[in-house]
Write a protein that binds this ligand. Structure first.
Ligand code: C2O
Ligand code: CU
Length: 474
């Protein structure tokens, strides 16, 4: 096991100024607070999932990471190919799911559904050319609460050629650490039956509230990625414009705040002041939290005029003739209002949380259309929720019948988010969409990517206790 300093210096072995990556060019050390970026287009790269001790405020956090470079940022140009070999040095099987990529089904990284699980000691070669530009990420799709929770995650940026003075990836992730630096349980009945188990140490790029130098008076692009398993953020950055959602260009609009659930991404364009620091703030809870601070240094007197991003080309779903369905986000085998059943108080004063014990007893709880995924792993596949003919338009009303918010993600396709009855947002494209308690959100897409695709909540404990299904495009 090697030992990294993942302190304020950034996620980098202190002694090394360059990193040798298997089969890959040397990569320069990143400036403070930034992740190491790897040119990953058209070149073979190995990512070894392995135990690896990190320093996240604690110098002995027993993380699991892609050990060539913890929390890697893979960058490629549109049209270039990803050639990543996943090597498994863990004691259990793993995989890589390329979140948001409309790629070939065989490369989607879902054990038992799209590939065999990558067993300890085994390899799997992922090769695909992402069709769309944008900000994406990747993570395992098995024992995800633990594997993602321990640090198996990275960013994937498909560049669009629009150049900014600076381009900063901000990978948001909390860590569930006990005071001794060990991990707290990744899946708890209390968390699974409510909003998820939150981390105790909040980080951006693996650092608690990093300070990141950016050129003063420049035009910067910020790529925020919420890779957390549970936490919903409400992102505010003074003076920023939203330019893309889940990697998809939007007509720029001023950022007031944007609710960024697990797996969601937000690209911002920011005119950096001459010297005044700019904070990236999470306003979700009553007391706002500064996630990161951008520190202008030096000054760029001629910020680049920034061209508009090209909108991604999607086939327009046919809303009138498409298949219409209301997909209920609910809970199975439990009374209505299940998550909010008041606890029973016993004569001796002990409180029994019914939600907890039901969840524990059944192993499943959350559901899509009343059907809970049968187990945490994917080994026992239930029948598909839907089967679509290739090219069919699908119009879904995601109807949240529960008292929790669910970020609903579909694989291999990008939804057009049409309307919602609680949280206001412009019509946009997304692969993950938040559905508030008792909210109905209308989405549509063309089922144009053949294969077997997952649909699930990205609060990982909800996913792993039932809110997951799959559909087939034939
Ligand atoms: Cu990022 Cu099936 O998930
Ligand atoms: Cu959920």
């Amino acid at each position: 096991m090697t030992h990294d300093t993942l302190s304020r210096r950034g996620l980098l072995t202190a002694a090394s100024a360059t990193l040798a990556l298997a089969g890959c060019a040397k990569v320069a050390a990143p400036p403070t607070g930034r992740l190491t970026e790897i040119r990953a287009g058209n070149r073979p790269l190995t990512l070894t999932a392995a135990p690896h001790t990190l320093n996240i405020g604690h110098d002995s956090v027993p993380a699991w990471v892609y050990r060539e470079q913890p929390l890697p940022v893979l960058r490629l140009k549109q049209g270039e190919e990803v050639q990543v070999t996943l090597a498994n040095a863990l004691g259990e099987h793993t995989s890589i799911h390329w979140h948001g990529i409309r790629g070939p089904n065989a490369m989607d990284g879902v054990p038992y559904l799209t590939q065999a699980p990558v067993q300890p000691g085994a390899h799997f070669a992922y090769r695909f050319t992402p069709p769309d530009t944008g900000t994406f990420f990747f993570h395992p799709h098995c024992n995800t609460a633990e594997q993602l929770g321990r640090g198996l995650v990275g960013a994937l940026v498909v560049e669009d050629g629009v150049s900014f003075d600076d381009d900063v990836v901000l990978l948001i992730k909390d860590w569930r650490l006990a005071p001794d630096g060990g991990f707290l349980p990744f899946l708890t009945t209390a968390g699974a039956s409510r909003a998820g188990s939150f981390g105790t140490v909040r980080t951006v790029n693996g650092i608690p509230s990093p300070k990141i130098a950016v050129p003063g008076k420049s035009q910067a692009r910020l790529r925020l990625i919420n890779t957390d398993s549970a936490r919903i953020c409400e992102i505010g950055v003074k003076g920023a414009q939203v330019i893309a959602i889940d990697g998809n260009a939007v007509t720029p609009f001023a950022l007031d705040t944007w609710r960024l659930g697990p797996a969601m991404r937000l690209d911002l364009s920011l005119r950096v002041p001459a010297s005044e620091p700019v904070e990236v703030i999470d306003y979700f809870s009553a007391t706002p939290v500064t996630l990161a601070t951008l520190l202008p240094s030096g000054s760029d007197d001629a910020p680049k005029p920034v061209a508009a991003l090209e909108p991604t080309r999607f086939q327009e779903p046919d809303l009138a003739k498409g298949w219409q369905h209301t997909l209920e986000l609910d809970a199975s085998a439990a009374p209505a209002g299940y998550p909010d059943i008041p606890p029973v108080v016993l004569p001796d004063g002990r409180r029994i949380d019914l939600a907890d014990s039901l969840c524990l007893a059944q192993g499943t709880f959350w559901a899509l259309d009343g059907k809970s995924w049968p187990e945490r792993d994917h080994r026992r596949l239930p029948p598909p929720l839907f089967t679509f003919a290739r090219g069919e338009s699908v119009v879904l009303t995601l109807s949240n019948e529960t008292s929790r918010t669910h970020p609903i993600h579909i694989h291999g396709h990008t939804m057009k988010v049409l309307s919602a009855d609680r949280l206001k947002r412009p019509v946009h494209r997304a692969d993950t969409v938040l559905v508030l308690p008792n909210e109905r959100v209308q989405v549509a897409f063309v089922a144009d990517n053949p294969g077997n695709w997952m649909i699930h909540c990205h609060v990982i404990e909800h996913q792993e206790t039932g809110m997951m299904g799959w559909f087939r495009v034939s």
